[in-house]
Design a protein around this ligand. Structure first.
Ligand code: NAP
Length: 527
């Protein structure tokens, strides 16, 4: 089923001579299939086709788009073990994780299908003409959200399904009416191709225009750079490192016509331990955090990389229990030797900083590509002064900061870069004493968690997955949940446009029966 070729609309193409293989980190060997990187000509073909497809796809009804999205979900499920096995061979992740992530991916597609089938998401606003208004008559104005055009999607290595080929960015962009060109992640090119095949089959079965979806292979950054600079590309969805996201954001900003780049990037997800919570539950929270830090080999963007508390015996109990606990957890495989090498180097760099003490670490030799989890401690003053300690170590590592007092804790929180999440561990009657700290944390993050762990991102309308830069490049949007669709649309107004020429969403009769704002009142009534 895997061809190693590029999917340009519904054609397969492999014109280039740069080839590569994916890697199985568990067996420490290359996988068999060979992938051919897309050439500049193939990039042109995919973007031109997407641009043509947009002319039709932008007008396709919500019901038809829903059928397409549901068909993608069905085709992904129909891949069954073939997909699960390739996923595992390219990531070292277990079967349960593969199936869980597949369920999430399918669930996201069906959520967007439901949203666009219902149709009210376009935020239709109608202010009918008032010809008799004095001193000036009012014109007829109608507004709704419309898709912006072909979108390029970059997925992250750590979510080959849910944040990749048919992940949240692709599902939300297709739902909005934008064609998608995926720049396939080189580490899971096989998983990506199988999902691309599912999308292509779904597109053909549901009569979508050719070019509504393409999947381009690449082993380096050039294909992605060329795509982002292509004048017919109108937006970018990116999930990955701060360095990658920022590079693409800058590239898009330098285009003659700059375009939006919605990059969801790294985060250290600060966790604040308030004193009373530790008085009673230091040990139990330490055990919970040993699991959270090592979950998925620490390869989650919501991994708790920074734990902040005020110096006390109870904080010491938390640290010693966490240290004892984390080394009892069996080391696990990382996604790829490169990620393993980056983890090892970045962890060592943090551990080697002045005044940093490693309090727990797996020191015995582990299997190739397996992570040796570690926890380190530093004082608040050093942390404040040393920016290296604020950087993400992608993998199972957490730094605990012992603050001198609440004022230092607040100063540290205020000094942090933007984050996806912030967590408060507190007794309920305690948190109000620390309003300033909670406020400082809220200013720095996209989501605050009370007495829990940051790992685990529920897909729900009320989820905000994003945050102030560099957690994301635009804190006004979410990458998870139905509002993710808003990244790919723009508001568009019609003035005095004849009723029969208006899109169905704005016609007097309200044929779609959607909820609209008419004369400032929400209603499903016809005009
Ligand atoms: P990555 O190295 O940034 O790669 C992501 C994609 O971007 C790859 O396809 C990569 O292509 C491409 N890329 C990277 N730098 C580029 C550049 N300068 N120009 C053009 N393309 C570029 O990230 P990763 O290792 O896959 O994922 C791990 C990171 O993702 C972690 O930092 C994690 O925190 C973050 N993450 C964030 C979220 C979130 O929702 N916020 C979710 C998951 C992961 P090549 O591989 O071909 O270079």
């Amino acid at each position: 089923m895997i061809t190693g070729k590029n999917y340009i609309g519904n054609s397969l193409s492999a014109k280039g001579n740069i080839t590569y293989k994916t890697f199985n980190p568990k067996t420490n060997t290359n996988n068999e299939n060979v992938y051919t990187e897309a050439t500049s000509q193939e990039i042109q073909e995919a973007v031109n086709l997407a641009s043509e497809a947009f002319k039709e796809f932008r007008t396709i009804s919500g019901a038809k788009k829903a059928a397409f999205l549901n068909a993608i979900a069905d085709e992904i499920l129909a891949l069954d073990d073939a997909l699960v096995n390739v996923y595992m061979s390219e990531t070292g992740l277990p079967e349960g994780r593969a199936k869980g992530e597949r369920g999430r991916t399918v669930g996201q597609l069906r959520t967007f299908a439901k949203l666009v089938e219902e149709g009210s998401w376009v935020e239709a606003r109608i202010d009918p003409a008032q010809p008799d208004r004095t001193p000036m008559p009012r014109v007829d104005l109608r507004k709704m959200l419309v898709p912006i055009g072909p979108i390029v999607v970059f997925g992250a290595s750590n979510f080959p399904l849910a944040y990749s080929t048919a992940g949240g960015d692709t599902a939300s962009a297709l739902a909005s009416g934008c064609p998608v060109i995926v720049k396939s992640h080189p580490m899971h090119a096989g998983t990506g191709e199988l999902v691309a095949l599912a999308i292509q089959k779904a597109a053909e079965k549901t009569g979508m225009p050719n070019g509504v979806f393409s999947n381009l292979n690449s082993s380096g950054i050039e294909v992605g750079q060329e795509l982002v600079q292509h004048p017919k590309v109108k937006g970018v969805g990116f999930t990955g490192s701060i360095r990658g996201g920022r590079a693409l954001f800058d590239l898009a900003g330098k285009r003659p016509e700059p375009i939006p780049v919605f990059a969801e990037m790294g985060s250290i997800n600060p966790v604040i331990l308030f004193p009373k919570a530790l008085e009673t539950k230091a040990e139990s929270w330490a055990k919970t955090y040993a699991s959270s830090i090592t979950l998925g080999t620490g390869q989650f963007c919501t991994n708790p990389g920074l734990i902040l508390g005020i110096k006390s015996n109870d904080l010491d109990t938390f640290i010693s229990t966490l240290s004892d606990e984390i080394v009892t957890i069996a080391p696990q495989c990382m996604l790829h030797p490169n990620i393993h090498a980056a983890y090892t180097n970045n962890k060592a760099q943090a551990q080697d900083q002045n005044n940093v003490t490693t309090v727990a670490a797996i020191t015995e030799t582990v299997t190739e590509n397996y992570a040796q989890q570690a926890v380190a401690v530093v004082d608040g003053k050093t942390f404040l002064e040393n920016e290296t300690l604020h950087e993400e170590v992608f993998g199972p590592f957490s730094l605990i900061v012992k603050c001198a007092d609440a004022a230092e804790l607040e100063a540290i929180v205020a000094s942090l870069e933007g984050q996806l999440t912030g967590t408060i561990i507190s007794e309920e009657n305690e948190v109000s004493q620390y309003d300033a700290i909670v406020q400082a944390l809220s200013d720095r993050v996209g989501r605050v968690i009370f007495n829990g762990v940051p790992t685990g991102v529920e897909v729900a309308p009320s989820m905000l997955h994003g945050g102030p830069y560099p957690a994301s490049t635009d804190s006004r949007f979410t990458a998870v949940g139905r509002d993710a669709i808003k990244r790919w649309v723009r508001p568009f107004s019609y003035q005095d446009w004849p009723n029969e020429l208006l899109p169905n969403e704005l016609k007097n009769e309200n044929p779609l029966q959607i909820l609209r704002l008419v004369n400032d009142q929400e209603t499903k009534e016809a005009l």
